[in-house]
Design a protein. Structure first.
Length: 75
């Protein structure tokens, strides 16, 4: 699959297709089984990963920022 076709699939997943891109995308997945399968697989991955919830401590951001802003100890 061509690079621009992959970009089209990613834009479709993100909901960023223009009207002309939407038509092109619909034609592509209608005619190309591989493109349709790739789209469906990626769509499923995105749907499943958006369900993941990670709980971090309230001070997580502060602690990370402190560690990234300080010079390493002992050097």
């Amino acid at each position: 699959m061509k690079k621009d076709e992959k970009k089209l699939i990613h834009k479709a997943i993100d909901g960023d297709l223009s009207k002309s891109e939407t038509k092109r995308f619909q034609m592509k997945i209608k005619k190309d089984g591989q493109a349709r399968a790739e789209y469906e697989e990626l769509k499923k991955v995105v749907e499943e990963t958006t369900k993941i919830r990670i709980v971090v401590p309230k001070d997580f951001t502060r602690r990370v920022l402190e560690k990234t802003r300080k010079p390493p100890q002992g050097k």
